[in-house]
Design a protein around this ligand. Structure first.
Ligand SMILES: NC(=O)c1ccc[n+]([C@@H]2O[C@H](COP(=O)([O-])OP(=O)(O)OC[C@H]3O[C@@H](n4cnc5c(N)ncnc54)[C@H](O)[C@@H]3O)[C@@H](O)[C@H]2O)c1
Length: 353
């Protein structure tokens, strides 16, 4: 294949980011786009000069020769759109969370296997420079045995509204939207252990903070003030893995506290703090405690984690490179997300099989 011909399913916010990055990848070409919202479709197609536009995935898949689809729709429609694209014989990059629930995620993987196609999940944080450096340190045994991690994604006033806050469309709030990223990141860096149980609590005390005069940082274009808000605004969870390691998750849309994005890993030889784009290794040398502060070189080149993610997808499709954000990982993360909601609902620990 000369260039990987990509069809975008969804023309919203993240689709724009993906397309922008595909345009900088020599082996990729976005040839078609569809969205159920005609205005978004028109706006995005015009912005990037995409000529073939459709009002549904069905129409696009039936009318354009494609190699791959990139699914960037509401969480509730990930499974349906992904399965349609796989059944049309395409490789698929599906945004996080993999699906609305584990059952759907398993079905998606079954179809991918049956069709012999790649199903990659948009675990963007795996593609950051911090993650690449952390993984390198870990694989070269600078951390020893990692037995504890803290996964943190806290927004102070950051409920996006629109479909994100409507449980029927999103499946939940910060757990499934933000927590998903840092659960995956910490598990990936801990060597992908198998989760065995979860104990969690969720809250909806502040909701989307409608009393605040300050606006949220960003909203989907179609968000309105009277959108349904029926998701959690804060969650905390303890995730236990089969190797005895534990992750403590904290994630929020709304909290009276500092917004943070700090992921920490603690091992027998070293500890790692990833704070935004900074990364630091806490270790020992010659009987002294030392801190190692590596440069993150990709940022100097102007590359982003999205560029690395899109490049990896294109490379996997074109050259058969093994995918580092697989459907199997997507399913495991979905099991953790489902268990968090179930534990919060029942007040009990949930065992994961
Ligand atoms: N990896 C990341 O960093 C990241 C960042 C933001 C969003 N996301 C994920 O991307 C997805 C989209 O989020 P967004 O911020 O772009 O939302 P958005 O509201 O800006 O865009 C979603 C678009 O999907 C369209 N859509 C919904 N169902 C559809 C269907 N069946 N067929 C065609 N179009 C359909 C909507 O009309 C809308 O235009 C979500 O799953 C979200 O979790 C990932």
């Amino acid at each position: 294949m000369a260039k990987v011909r990509i069809g975008m399913i969804g023309a919203g916010n993240i689709a724009n980011t993906h397309i922008k990055n595909y345009m900088n990848i020599a082996d990729a070409e976005v040839v078609a786009i569809c969205d159920i919202n005609p205005e978004r479709l028109k706006m995005t197609a015009k912005e990037f000069g995409i000529e073939k536009t459709f009002n549904s995935a069905d129409e696009m898949l039936a009318n354009v020769e494609l190699d791959a689809a990139d699914v960037c729709v509401w969480n509730c429609n990930h499974a349906e759109c992904t399965i349609k694209a796989l059944e049309a014989g395409l490789h698929v990059l599906c945004e996080k969370p993999m699906a609305y629930n584990t059952e759907q995620a398993i079905k998606m993987k079954e179809v991918a296997d049956k069709m012999g196609k790649l199903l990659m999940i948009g675990f963007t944080m795996r593609f950051s420079d911090e993650c690449r450096i952390a993984k390198d340190f870990i694989e070269n045994n600078y951390m020893g045995d990692i037995y504890y991690s803290k996964a943190n994604y806290i927004r102070r006033h950051g409920a996006p509204g629109g479909w994100f806050s409507n449980k029927k469309l999103s499946g939940g709030g910060p757990v499934i939207d933000l927590g998903v990223h840092v659960i995956d990141l910490t598990r990936y860096l801990m060597g992908s252990p198998k989760p065995v149980s979860v104990y969690a609590a969720t809250f909806d005390k502040l909701k989307n903070r409608p009393n605040l005069k300050t606006d949220v940082a960003w909203k989907p274009l179609d968000a309105k003030d009277d959108d349904i808000y029926d998701v959690e605004d804060l969650a905390t969870a303890l995730i236990r893995y089969d190797n005895g390691a534990v992750t403590h998750l904290e994630t929020s849309y709304s909290i009276n506290g500092e917004p943070t994005g700090k992921n920490e890993l603690f091992g027998t030889k070293g500890g790692m703090v990833m704070n935004g784009s900074d990364i630091k290794l806490y270790t020992e040398m010659n009987g002294f405690m030392v801190d190692v502060d590596p440069e993150t070189d990709n940022y100097k080149n102007g590359n982003s984690q999205y560029f690395s993610e899109m490049s990896h997808f294109v490379d996997c499709v074109k050259n058969g490179t093994p995918c580092i954000a697989s459907a199997d990982d997507g399913i495991i993360v979905m099991k953790i997300l489902d268990a968090i909601y179930e534990s919060a609902r029942t007040g009990h620990e949930v065992i994961i099989n």
